[in-house]
Write a protein of this length. Structure first.
Length: 499
C-alpha cells in the first residue's frame, strides 16, 4: 500500500509517530493509501526547520523569490494533469473539475510572481525640516496553513505562494483525507529552486493542528474549513498571540427575480449547486424564487438535474463524482430523507443512487427540495453535498431579508435584468462576495476572497491585497540627516585631499 509521508526541509521524511490514517478512493470505497499522522514532536521539528530557513529566506531579494515563482508557475502548468489525477483519485471530483481547481490555484501563483509591485513601500520627503518618512512591509516569520479536503490543491495555493513570496517560510497541514496533491505541490516548488525548509508539508489530524496553534514560533495561521472549526482555530491561535485568518462555512443564496432569464438561472443553479458534488463553500445551496416564477424555475432545474451523469471522476463521461467518505455521504442523505417530515417537497431524491461496477463507492445523486422552510435542518445547516433547497418569497424585500437573516455571509447572487435592483442588492446584502447573474462569485486572484458573519473569523480575507497584508507587517521609518553643507569643514565626501 502506498504511504504518504511528510515533506520537510526539501525532502520526504517518514512518519515517526507510528500513527497512520486511511486514504480512500471515493469511487470504489477501497483504501488505497495510508498517510502518516504527525506527533507534536514531529510538528516541532518541522517548525525548527522552517524557522532556520527563515533566517536567510526572509532576507532574500525579491528577484530571487520571483525567479523561483516564475519557474514554479511553469512547472505547475506542465503538471496540471498529474495534479488533477491525484485530486480525482483521492477526492473523487471529475477530472475537469480537478483541472479547474489547479487553474484557480495558478492565478494566485501568478499574483505572487508580481510581488515586487505589491510590496512597494511609500515615501514622503521633507515632512519636516530634513525629515523623510517611509513605510515598508516585511515578512512575519514562520506561518502555517490548515486546508480542507474539498480543494486539496487550490486552497493550499491560495496561501503558500503569497506567503513565501513575501519572505515567510510555510508549514502546510493539508486534509488527511486527500494528502497526495499537497506533497506534489511541495515537490514541484523544490524543483523550481525553493531553498530547503521554506515550504514544508506536515500531515496529521487534531494532534498536528493543535501543535501548530500552540507553537510559539508560528507567527500566523491561515485556515479554510467548517464554521465550528474556524471559530476554534481563531480563538485558540489568537489566544496564543498569532495572527489568524479563518474562513468558515456557508449557506449561499441565489435570489431569482421575476424578470430574470429563467433558462440562464436554471443552468446557473444546477452548475453552482451540484458541481464538485456540492462539496465547496461557494456552492449555491439555496435558491430564493420571488413571485410567480417559482414553479417554472423549479421545473427547469429539475429537468436539467435529471440529465447529470454521476460516475467515477476518471470517467470522461461523468459530470459529477462521489462524495469524499461514506460517512459524509450518509450525513448528506439524512437531510434529504428528513426533508419531507419538515414540510419540504422532495422534487428529486438522489439518496438511492448506485453506480454499476462501483457499488461500494460513496455515491449520492442530485437532490432538489422545494418549499423549504427557514427553520428546517436542510436550510439551517451547511450540508456540503448535492442538495439544492428552493425557498419562495413574494417580494424582493422579503428575499433580501431572508438572506440577511442567515448566520452565514460567504457568497450570494442575484439573477435579474434590472440594473437598479442589482445595484440595490449589492449594497443591501450582507455577504462578502456578491454575484450579479454570476452564481459563484469567487474573485479573481488579484481581488480577495472572504465572507462576513459566521463565514469568516479574523480581519483579513484570503489572497489578493488582503493576503499580502496578512503575510507581512508594516513598519514606518522616520529619518533625519544633517546637511553636509552645515559641517564646519564644509562638504567632505571622504576623498583624499591634494595639498
Amino acid at each position: 500500500m502506498k504511504t504518504v509521508n511528510h515533506w520537510i526541509g526539501g525532502k520526504t521524511v517518514e512518519g515517526a509517530s507510528g500513527n497512520y490514517g486511511p486514504v480512500t478512493d471515493p469511487a470504489t470505497g477501497e483504501v488505497t493509501t495510508q498517510v502518516a499522522l504527525a506527533s507534536t514532536e514531529e510538528v516541532d521539528a518541522a517548525v525548527r526547520v522552517a524557522k532556520e530557513a527563515f533566517l536567510s529566506w526572509g532576507q532574500s531579494s525579491l528577484a530571487a523569490r520571483t525567479k523561483v515563482l516564475f519557474a514554479y508557475r511553469a512547472l505547475l502548468d506542465a503538471n496540471r494533469d498529474a495534479i488533477a489525477e491525484l485530486i480525482t483519485a483521492e477526492h473523487g471530483k471529475v477530472h475537469s473539475d480537478a483541472l479547474g481547481e489547479v487553474a484557480r490555484g495558478l492565478e494566485i501563483v501568478e499574483l505572487a510572481c508580481g510581488i515586487t509591485v505589491q510590496l512597494k513601500g511609500e515615501l514622503s520627503t521633507s515632512v519636516s525640516n530634513r525629515v523623510d518618512v517611509a513605510s515598508i512591509r516585511q515578512p512575519i516569520g514562520v506561518v502555517a496553513g490548515i486546508t480542507p479536503f474539498n480543494f486539496p490543491a487550490m486552497v493550499p495555493m491560495w496561501m503558500f505562494p503569497l506567503a513565501v513570496a513575501c519572505g515567510n517560510t510555510f508549514i502546510l497541514k493539508p486534509s488527511e483525507k486527500d494528502p497526495s496533491a499537497a506533497n506534489k505541490l511541495a515537490e514541484l516548488m523544490t524543483e523550481a529552486g525553493l531553498p530547503a525548509g521554506v515550504l514544508n508539508v506536515v500531515h496529521g489530524d487534531k494532534v498536528a493542528v493543535d501543535a501548530l496553534l500552540a507553537h510559539p514560533d508560528v507567527a500566523a495561521v491561515s485556515f479554510v474549513g467548517s464554521t465550528p472549526i474556524a471559530r476554534h482555530i481563531h480563538t485558540t491561535a489568537s489566544a496564543n498571540g498569532k495572527r489568524v485568518q479563518a474562513l468558515g462555512g456557508a449557506k449561499n443564496h441565489m435570489l431569482v427575480l421575476p424578470d430574470a432569464d429563467l433558462d440562464a438561472a436554471a443552468d446557473a443553479a444546477v452548475s453552482a449547486a451540484y458541481g464538485s458534488a456540492g462539496e465547496r463553500c461557494m456552492a449555491i445551496s439555496a435558491v430564493v424564487a420571488v413571485g410567480a416564477i417559482a414553479d417554472e424555475l423549479v421545473e427547469k432545474i429539475r429537468e436539467r438535474a435529471e440529465k447529470i451523469k454521476v460516475g467515477p471522476g476518471n470517467d470522461p463521461t461523468s459530470e459529477m463524482g462521489p462524495l469524499i467518505t461514506a460517512a459524509h455521504r450518509d450525513k448528506v442523505a439524512s437531510y434529504v430523507k428528513g426533508a419531507a417530515a419538515q414540510g419540504a417537497d422532495v422534487v428529486l431524491d438522489g439518496t438511492g443512487l448506485s453506480v454499476e461496477g462501483n457499488e461500494n463507492g460513496h455515491w449520492i445523486g442530485l437532490s432538489l427540495l422545494d418549499n423549504v422552510s427557514t427553520d428546517s435542518d436542510a436550510y439551517r445547516d451547511e450540508i456540503f453535498g448535492p442538495v439544492l433547497c428552493v425557498l419562495r418569497t413574494d417580494t424582493y424585500e422579503e428575499g433580501v431579508a431572508l438572506i440577511n437573516a442567515s448566520p452565514f455571509g460567504n457568497g450570494t447572487a442575484i439573477f435579474t435584468r434590472d440594473g437598479g435592483a442589482a445595484r440595490r442588492f449589492q449594497l443591501e446584502i450582507q455577504a462578502g462576495m456578491v454575484g450579479v447573474n454570476v452564481p459563484i462569485p469567487v474573485p479573481v486572484g488579484y481581488h480577495s476572497f472572504g465572507g462576513w458573519k459566521d463565514s469568516l473569523f479574523g480581519d483579513h480575507h484570503i489572497y489578493g491585497n488582503d493576503g499580502i497584508h496578512f503575510y507581512t507587517r508594516g513598519k514606518v521609518v522616520t529619518t533625519r540627516w544633517p546637511d553636509p553643507a552645515d559641517a564646519p569643514s564644509g562638504v567632505d565626501l571622504g576623498f583624499p585631499r591634494n595639498h
